[in-house]
Design a binder for this molecule. Structure first.
Ligand code: 5GP
Ligand code: MN
Length: 331
């Protein structure tokens, strides 16, 4: 961490970024680090490629986050600080190719599948959240934690530990959050946003999703499937899918839950006139702790944590479902 801090202290213009489809930790660590660097008089761009889910729009400084990178401006950055990403592509495919041109790329993360990309790395898989690491970094840099930074750190830890319920909940989670509350964070205010009301569309999607649940022959794996039609029919946004997998995960005897979500990408070859429609799926995996789903996701080119992981895959739905169901034989 000392090398990273020494570099940050001498840097001038930074791009701070976190993973696509951001959660509370991706946004919390991004905002906390960005605001801290601004306090140090650095020029900072806050970047996340995806829309900000409504539940996180209460975060201070969230409006600072841009989804657009101007390639012409990239030459101005001396440093990219990448947070909560197990590989550089997690910032988004296009963004990752821009970012890899920035002279120094710093990788700060807590995923077990981190590829150690970048020029400087700080990876702590025992950290409950990337926000925990950012907290330690800010402390070491001697920057005082404003209420806005505190709210971001608190939200990152609160959400990545599933409100202090998941197996990554550690002593530091409580200690840091206690300190953040002393610095002015209102836990009720964070909770009421994070657990805000559901859209009617989400409830309708839940209804369709529950009907798709399939259980492997040995009862140890559950699978939920969301098609593009279901998302269109109910008018849901991507963020309405968050958490649906928990219904599949909490079924008695289930050790691994799978959520398959269909996306359709339009891929056009540079020389081709016609576009080729290809089925791409995002697969989310959750386990009860007895199965390492990060290594399963890694086989498919994804990653994550022991109990929560994911990957993107081009396939036919039948092959993908068959592949996932055969995982049950090894549990
Ligand atoms: P989710 O299933 O909620 O999308 O993600 C669960 C966990 O898996 C998160 O820690 C997330 O960072 C990781 N994850 C999800 N999708 C991918 C992916 O496509 N690639 C990698 N490397 N990690 C992923
Ligand atoms: Mn995280």
């Amino acid at each position: 961490m000392e090398k990273i801090i020494a570099h940050l202290e001498k840097s001038g213009r930074l791009l701070v970024a976190s993973h696509v489809k951001p959660d509370g930790d991706a946004l919390g660590s991004l905002i906390a680090a960005g605001l801290c660097l601004e306090t140090m008089n650095k020029q900072v761009t806050f970047f996340n490629e995806s829309p900000i889910p409504a539940v996180y729009r209460f975060l201070p400084g969230v409006d600072r986050i841009t989804a657009i990178l101007e390639p012409d401006n990239l030459c101005g950055y001396d440093t990219a600080l990448i947070l909560d990403c197990s590989d550089l592509d997690r910032v988004g495919e296009q963004a990752s190719s821009y970012i890899s041109q920035i002279p120094v790329v710093i990788n700060v993360d807590h995923h077990i599948t981190n590829t150690e990309f970048g020029d400087l790395q700080y990876i702590d898989i025992r950290a409950c959240a990337a926000s925990q690491i950012v907290y330690h970094m800010i402390k070491k840099m001697g920057v005082s934690i404003s209420q806005d930074i505190a709210t971001s750190i608190y939200t990152g830890i609160f959400t990545d530990t599933g409100s202090f319920r998941f197996s990554n909940t550690n002593k530091a989670a409580f200690e840091i959050c206690e300190e953040m509350v002393e610095l002015g964070v209102d836990p009720y205010n964070v909770a009421r946003h994070v657990y805000g009301p559901y859209s009617l569309a989400r409830i309708k999607l839940l209804n369709l999703a529950l009907d798709t649940i399939e259980i492997s022959a040995n009862g140890k794996l559950s699978m939920m499937t969301l098609t593009r039609d279901m998302l269109n029919e109910t008018g849901t946004r991507q963020e309405d899918v968050d958490g649906l997998i928990n219904y599949a995960r909490r079924i008695e005897d289930v050790k691994v839950a799978v959520l398959i979500q269909e996306a359709i990408c339009w891929r056009s070859g540079r020389q081709q006139e016609s576009k080729k429609k290809k089925h791409n799926y995002h697969v989310s995996l959750r386990s009860d702790g007895s199965v390492d789903v990060a290594s399963i996701a890694a086989v498919y080119g994804g990653g994550g944590h022991l109990t929560a992981a994911g990957f993107n895959f081009d396939s036919s739905i039948t092959d993908l479902k068959d592949g996932m169901l055969t995982l049950a034989n090894k549990i």
